[in-house]
Design a binder for this molecule. Structure first.
Ligand code: ATP
Ligand code: MG
Length: 366
């Protein structure tokens, strides 16, 4: 088990065009914590994982496991178990040998190896597959073997790089729950990279949102959802994305910037000048709310998802359609006119730099 700390961590890929992939990252990961890295493609998630594993050298700053500085520690000394999207199993070896391989390199006794492989195989319910080759397995079974191979060595830290992205939706859910249960049992410090918002929200003790090699926000899933630190996090986390409206603030009065007739309403925070108002699709109401901003809209697209209906509405407050999520089924005609209501306590406000003005924990009224 191990805590991990990054201090001003930097990574520059050297080459014809040096590429600064990780920029001054400070992060503390507690012993036993399950941390999820999210961010757009190319933001440096895999680079950070590979730096933790010792597979990429560190260009600047320091990395600690507990109190030990590990900048130059060899990968095999780090006690890391890594699971990749591609599984990376040895195709010519049986499941058993794939799982035993790391232990045999460590010169464990064959009895010890056998006990561990069978114990882990039982946990992952792959005992009946031990004699098969990887090509004789389904994607989900291969992924279990890849996880098993990482577990048998009892690592201090697990690194997962999008381990479930090759699986179909229902298997993803099943494996996600298995990984959560495994973590509850083993309590091994884990860092998990994913593009999947639901995985990030449901698995993480702590989410780290990255953009272009920098940390945008660190927080619990509900912190990140309720109090995004800036427009990047607000727009990235949450599906469908948060709506943004350009406004002008005068104290707690906001007026939409694009309206011919300024319409203003009051929010529970103060600002002067240009700002961006953010509101999540699920927080916009179709019925009047106390103190809410009423917007007149016209339906442009309706998406029926079964459990909810997404309405894309044209308004005079933004060039972008306002997206509203309504629970259940809602029948609406294209071109239909309606009013929607933005409750002030659900509104986020960001300054001209995109930073949150008031880190209110916005909540949907009951
Ligand atoms: N060996 C390398 N040499 C030069 N640049 C690299 C190298 N590996 C990665 N990069 C660059 O570093 C940046 C971060 O890459 P990284 O693989 O960490 O992204 P990522 O967040 O894991 O993205 P994805 O979600 O697509 O896997 C990218 O812009 C990538 O092009
Ligand atoms: Mg990656």
């Amino acid at each position: 088990m191990s805590s991990i700390e990054f201090v001003k961590l930097d990574k520059v890929y050297k080459g014809l065009n040096n590429f600064h992939a990780v920029k001054g990252v400070d992060l503390s990961i507690k012993d036993g914590e399950f941390v999820v890295f999210v961010g757009p493609s190319g933001c440096g998630k895999s680079t950070l994982l590979r730096m933790i594993a010792g597979l990429e050298d560190i260009s600047g700053g320091d990395m600690y496991f507990g109190s030990r500085r590990v900048n130059t520690l060899a990968p095999k000394e780090r006690g890391i178990g890594m699971v990749f999207q591609s599984y990376a199993l040895y195709p010519h070896m049986s499941v058993y040998d794939n799982m035993a391989f790391g232990l045999s390199l460590e010169k464990a006794s064959s009895q010890n190896i056998d006990e561990k492989v069978r114990e882990v195989a039982a946990t992952l319910q792959i005992e009946h597959l031990l004699e098969r080759k990887p090509k004789e397995l389904s994607g989900g079974q291969r992924q279990r073997v890849a996880i098993g191979r990482a577990i048998v060595r009892q690592p201090n830290v697990f690194l997962f790089d999008e381990p479930l992205s090759n699986l179909d939706a229902s298997l993803r859910v099943q494996m996600r729950i298995e990984i959560i249960k495994l973590h509850q049992r083993l309590k091994t410090t884990s860092i998990y990279v994913t593009h999947d918002q639901v995985e990030a929200m449901t698995m993480a003790d702590k989410i780290v949102v990255l953009s272009q090699g920098r940390i945008m926000q660190v927080g619990s899933p509900l912190d990140i959802y309720n109090s995004p630190a800036n427009t990047f996090v607000a727009g990235f986390m949450g599906s469908p994305n948060m709506n943004f409206i350009q406004v002008t603030a005068n104290g707690s009065q906001l007026a939409a910037a694009t309206c011919d007739v300024p319409r203003s309403f009051e929010v529970p925070f103060q600002h002067q000048g240009a700002a961006t108002l953010g509101i999540r699709p699920e927080h916009i109401e179709l019925t009047p709310q106390p103190g809410a901003l009423q917007l007149e809209c016209q339906v442009s697209v309706v998406e029926h998802l079964g459990n909810e209906t997404l309405l894309y509405l044209n308004t005079d407050v933004s060039d972008q359609p306002l997206v509203v999520a309504v629970a259940g089924e809602k029948s609406m005609q294209i071109g239909e006119k309606l009013s929607v209501y933005l409750p002030p306590q659900c509104c986020h406000l960001f300054d001209a730099n995109g930073d949150a003005i008031a880190r209110l924990a916005t909540t949907k009224p009951n």
